[in-house]
Write a protein that binds this ligand. Structure first.
Ligand code: ATP
Ligand code: MG
Length: 152
């Protein structure tokens, strides 16, 4: 389907407000004012971004900030989910997209999970011809980036 990605992301952010408040996190949207039309399966794309936002909330301590940005460049449409949370050790980064892979950390908030969220993100994004990138620094935070080639 052909739909407005800004609307989907704003919707998703609104849905996470309640959880963010519960976690004492600030969830911030940084979205273009104009619509950004994209060919994709909206339910799947929503699932992918939702998994990233869910992780950002899960692995960020109270008082933290989770930011969802949409960048439109000449050739790329980029969805960024950025947090200033725990970060991911460099040694673990190559494996986090594998099914059932979880980073061993001290129990903080409800960190239970199956280690499937990112494997699903990767599957969905690849099925749409896109790719996922991650940058993370321990103790500083993590940025996941979904990238799609922009078609005219
Ligand atoms: P599930 O998503 O299946 O409920 P999960 O969150 O553990 O479980 P993934 O979403 O695949 O699984 O993430 C894999 C691991 O990567 C997590 O266990 C966590 O250690 C690490 N991780 C993912 N996102 C972040 C993040 N934003 N900040 C810090 N660590 C993260
Ligand atoms: Mg997860």
């Amino acid at each position: 389907r052909y739909f407005n990605l800004v609307e989907l992301l704003q919707d998703l952010i609104d849905d996470y407000e309640i959880q963010a408040e519960e976690y004492k996190l600030n969830i911030i949207g940084d979205l273009p004012d104009e619509e950004v039309m994209i060919y994709a399966e909206p339910e799947l794309l929503r699932q992918a971004v939702s998994n990233l936002v869910s992780n950002a909330c899960k692995y960020t301590s109270a008082g933290g900030v989770v930011q969802v940005r949409l960048l439109v460049q000449l050739y790329w449409i980029i969805i960024q989910v950025k947090d200033n949370g725990d970060g991911i050790p460099a040694d673990d980064l190559p494996y986090i997209f594998e099914r059932f892979y979880r980073v061993n950390t001290k129990k903080k908030r409800d960190q239970e999970g199956f280690g499937l969220g990112l494997a699903i993100v990767n599957q969905i994004v690849r099925a749409h011809g896109g790719r996922v990138q991650v940058k993370s620094t321990i103790g500083q935070g993590t940025t996941f980036q979904i990238e799609f080639v922009r078609f005219y």
